[in-house]
Ligand binder design. Structure first.
Ligand code: ACO
Length: 331
């Protein structure tokens, strides 16, 4: 589905939180057969954040949400829907969004989680637009909060070097001027689900001694397959979102891609024709924070004054499902 009307939603506040603990590539060298050189050349990652033992995903999301509310100059009671994108909820149920609602002391507003792979935050943003345009909500809090290190197999060098913990949040309202979300494009292909999956813990393979022994409660990934699809789909999504917004690549001030691998980021930027200096990268500091990558990047750019009135950003993501989406924003 496309979207191009005069009505637009806009982001009126951003916030982020990453835990204090840093795990460097040198630390990982002591845990598995890997090297700083391999990790940096193959992924671009130098360090990642690891949540404290007593932190859960909602704790990360609540801090990021409070910061986003402060940046929008709003109180928790001003929000009328809460959407949390995550694959690492505090519990299977209740939804992490409900725990965030309680933690923020927000009103008794609807709150629900979205499982959309690393694309989940963009899915949440697109959903928020639908809710606002339908009249179901005026102000939405959209959060990407993730603790993939809790579902990481720390003995598998293929995956354990990639992920980190963190959260980002945005406040979304209807725009009253020409700024806002100019277009979106979102798709999924469930046929490719097994290439990136946590096999056990759901109805298909309920938790039991055997699933734990086989480490089926951790993330399993065919890395190079994911890589190929990610570049192809993020390029398609970025191109389509620009087309739907009626803009050309030269109008994009910032490409903000999902931060899964530096080589995916570079290849996508090259294929979209967006020069490296206009591609936002923070993977070296946080690794792949899944759904939190894009809202963290938005907050870093916003807080550092790099999103000025009129700045155009292309947000572009790919993840488990497979899912992919892109959004064009004019700040
Ligand atoms: N240290 C040293 N060697 C390693 C490591 C490591 N940490 N990991 C793998 N290797 C080895 C492999 O064993 C292999 O060795 P072999 O040739 O002797 O068999 C060699 O390095 C090459 O392995 P590949 O998997 O082919 O390496 P590749 O260049 O594809 O990089 C990576 C792997 C980084 C995982 C890459 O494929 C990737 O980034 N894929 C996409 C990840 C992604 O986008 N995930 C999606 C998001 S997650 C989500 O949605 C929840």
């Amino acid at each position: 589905m496309t979207k191009k009307t005069d009505r637009k939603i806009k982001i009126t506040g951003t916030g982020m939180y990453v835990p204090d603990k840093i795990l460097t590539n040198a630390d990982l060298e002591k845990m598995v057969d890997t090297s700083d050189e391999w990790i940096v050349t193959r992924t671009g990652i130098r360090e990642r954040r690891i949540a404290a033992k007593d932190q859960a995903t909602s704790d990360l999301g609540i801090i990021a949400a409070r910061r986003a509310l402060r940046s929008a100059r709003l109180e928790p009671q001003d929000i009328d829907v809460i959407i949390v994108a995550t694959h690492t909820p505090d519990h299977y149920f209740p939804a992490t969004a409900c725990l965030v609602q309680a933690g923020l002391k927000a009103g008794l507003v609807p709150a629900f989680d979205v499982i959309g792979g690393c694309t989940g935050f963009l899915y949440g943003l697109i959903l928020a637009e639908g809710l606002i345009f339908s009249g179901a909500a005026k102000r939405a809090l959209v959060i990407g909060a993730e603790m993939l290190t809790r579902i990481t197999n720390w003995e598998d060098r293929n995956t354990c070097v990639l992920f980190g913990d963190g959260a980002g949040a945005v406040v979304v309202e209807e725009s009253k001027d020409d700024s806002g979300m100019l277009s979106h494009f979102w798709q999924a292909d469930g046929n490719l689900g097994p290439l990136l999956i946590m096999p056990a813990g759901g109805s298909k393979l309920p938790a039991c001694h055997d699933t734990v022994a086989k480490r089926q409660h951790t993330l399993h990934m065919k890395g190079n397959e994911v890589f190929k699809h990610a570049v192809k789909r993020m390029t398609e999504a970025g191109d389509e979102a620009m087309k739907r917004a009626g803009i050309k690549k030269d109008a994009v001030d910032w490409l903000i891609p999902h931060q899964a691998n530096m080589r995916i980021i570079e290849a996508t930027g090259e294929r979209l024709g967006i020069p490296r200096e206009r591609v936002y990268v923070n993977i070296h500091r946080y690794g792949n924070v899944s759904v939190a990558c894009i809202p963290i990047a938005l907050d870093e750019l916003n807080q550092s004054g790099q999103l000025k009135k009129g700045t155009v950003a292309l947000l572009d993501a790919f993840g488990a499902g497979f899912t992919w989406a892109a959004v064009v924003l004019r700040w």
